[in-house]
Write a protein that binds this ligand. Structure first.
Ligand SMILES: C[S@@+](CC[C@H](N)C(=O)[O-])C[C@H]1O[C@@H](n2cnc3c(N)ncnc32)[C@H](O)[C@@H]1O
Length: 297
């Protein structure tokens, strides 16, 4: 695998706990309309800053110095929506966990139950790993499995690596990673990441190779809900409370299923993922399994 920036892993230095300080690049206090759980509605940045107290409050620049990794240019970053998502989450990382908690981000809480009984798992990949909430559930659900996290935003990955130090991390656009990696996995998860992806079916087609025969893929996506204004548009760009734009892509459940044609469905459902304007935001949840033998492997 080439072209990616590798960070973390068991040998990586840990972020010391218990330190506090200023978070660099924090935006001005403001309350703005936002349309995603990673935006903290009706709260100011200073109130978030007051409530943070762990070692991740150190300036990003200082955290970055604790990592040893090769510098690889972001050659895959050409799509404007992906560039926006990266910028958004780089800026938002410092308050992401608190925001997710406040908006009732529920999806990771279902993973342990969903993965019960998947059998012995040697390794698992989490795409769009963010600050590591999904990986820490995988660590509980799949004891002993080698974990890999991939995310496009370094500020998110830095936090994930402090939260799940045994995991290995790759800083990359998920599409670039999926298309180029030689790695194969028993379990792949993508929780809360596909709504920022302009070509979800394309990433899924690539993912078909990464999941080993009989392996599992657990993913979420934001469905198009015809007639329900908050989720009726296929593509929507909104302003987050950090003053940056974020583009959301939605899909029909049939489009997602078609990209995994030939795989078996372990479970497929629509569920409330978080609160937006006091209303539940609906997500599609799909747990699919690759057949034991498959011609296009
Ligand atoms: C809403 S967070 C979800 C994180 C985590 N799975 C969770 O449930 O808390 C979305 C993450 O997707 C990442 N992301 C967005 N677009 C991406 C892309 N094209 N490639 C890789 N990661 C991406 C963001 O940087 C962010 O960390």
């Amino acid at each position: 695998m080439t072209g990616f920036r590798l960070v973390g892993g068991a040998a990586s230095p840990r972020v010391p706990a218990g330190e506090s300080g200023n978070v660099s690049r924090l935006v001005q206090d403001r309350v703005a309309t936002c349309r995603h759980p990673s935006s903290y509605r009706h709260r100011t940045v200073s109130s978030c800053r007051r409530r943070r107290s762990n070692g991740l409050n150190r300036p990003i620049a200082a955290l970055r110095q604790t990592w040893q990794h090769p510098q690889v240019p972001d050659e895959s970053l050409t799509d404007p929506a992906i560039i926006r998502a990266k910028g958004y989450f780089e800026e938002f990382a410092a308050v992401y966990d608190e925001s997710a908690h406040d908006s009732g981000w529920l999806l990771n809480g279902r993973l342990v139950e969903m993965l019960t009984g998947v059998g012995p798992v040697g390794n698992a990949l989490d795409l769009a790993c963010g600050t590591g909430a999904t990986l820490s559930e995988l660590e509980r659900a799949l004891p002993g499995a080698a974990l890999v996290g991939v995310d496009i935003a370094e500020a998110m990955v830095i936090r994930a690596a402090a939260r799940v130090p045994a995991a290995r991390f790759v800083l990359a656009d998920m599409r670039a990673y999926v298309d180029q990696t030689d790695e194969r996995f028993d379990v792949v998860t993508v929780i809360g990441g596909f709504e920022f992806t302009p070509d979800l079916p394309g990433v899924l087609r690539g993912l078909r190779r990464l999941v080993r025969p009989s392996g599992h893929l657990v993913l979420t996506y934001e469905p198009i809900l015809d007639g329900w204004d908050p989720q009726s548009k296929r593509v929507e760009t909104n302003l987050g409370s950090n003053g940056l734009e974020l583009t959301t892509f939605r899909w029909h459940p049939g489009e997602v299923a078609a990209a995994l044609d030939g795989w078996s469905t372990v479970s497929s459902r629509l569920l409330a993922a978080y609160r937006r304007d006091g209303l539940p935001t609906v997500y599609g949840w799909l747990h699919a399994r690759r057949p034991h033998t498959e011609i296009d492997a």
